[in-house]
Write a protein that binds this ligand. Structure first.
Ligand code: ATP
Ligand code: MG
Length: 233
């Protein structure tokens, strides 16, 4: 679905992503895990088409990715909710842009609120919600675009451990229910492994992948062993 071929990205002298080749399969939940600064967000930004690679190509269904296309939905680390609009009105933004009728918008928003577990909170304002509820709201708004593929950049980093566990289960339920393809960035190895169908582990060297793991993991496998082969089918 998404294919990275020999992708590198430099910012001036700094090489943030180094010669990465990787295919994302339709319907899979792929996690990307690695230390701060290893190039995870840069890879997501290129997947969203926000900037092009310096070398190599990123294609989506065989064509170069384009920015702001609604096949790919991107949830960055901050949720960017509009604080002057209610939860329901936040979720309605993409639907208003799509010029849906009022009645259609209401039905769709109700459906999304139900899906993310926010039924009954549509008339609240974002600052009346807990951190987890704000994440749910941001997720519902993202889903309102009905993207095929979802990109998440450390969506649960700011949540406490218990809430994070709950949101992990919820997100798996929701993407399975909607049959989405997911690229999910985290620096938490436990989270990466418990969520994923496959897990891409970045190495200590900036911008390079050390392993791509099929989950469930064989217990004896050494997660941190670095392989220098960067090519993965
Ligand atoms: P974190 O876990 O802290 O979010 P990350 O793995 O997402 O880290 P990136 O944000 O992809 O890391 O950054 C990789 C490297 O590229 C870093 O050294 C960062 O400083 C640099 N970088 C990222 N974006 C830019 C930019 N727009 N201009 C210049 N340098 C950048
Ligand atoms: Mg990042």
């Amino acid at each position: 679905l998404v294919v990275f071929e020999g992708v590198s990205k430099s910012f001036g002298k700094l090489q943030a992503v180094r010669d990465i080749s990787l295919s994302v399969h339709e319907g899979e939940f792929l996690t990307l895990v690695g230390p701060s600064g290893c190039g995870k967000s840069t890879l997501l930004n290129m997947t969203a088409g926000l900037f092009p690679p310096t070398e190599g190509s990123v294609t989506y269904r065989g064509t170069p990715v384009e920015p702001y296309n609604h096949r790919v939905g991107y949830m960055t680390q901050s949720d960017h909710l509009l604080h002057w609009r209610t939860v329901a009105k936040n979720i309605a933004v993409p639907l208003e842009i799509a010029k849906m009728s009022r009645g259609e918008i209401k039905d769709r928003v109700d459906e999304l609120l139900e899906l993310v577990g926010l039924a009954g909170f549509g008339e609240n304002y974002p600052n009346q919600l807990s951190g987890g509820m704000r994440k749910r709201c941001a997720l519902a708004r993202l889903l309102a675009y009905d993207p095929e593929t979802l990109l998440f950049d450390e969506p649960f980093a700011a949540l406490d451990a218990q809430l994070r566990l709950r949101m992990q289960m919820e997100i798996r339920r929701i993407v399975a229910q909607l049959n989405k393809t997911v690229l999910f960035v985290t620096h938490d190895l436990d989270e990466a492994v418990s969520l994923a169908d496959r897990c891409v582990v970045f190495s200590g060297r900036p911008g390079t992948i050390s392993e791509v793991l099929d989950i469930p993991l064989p217990a004896e496998r050494d997660l941190f062993s670095i392989r220098h082969n960067q090519k993965y089918a």
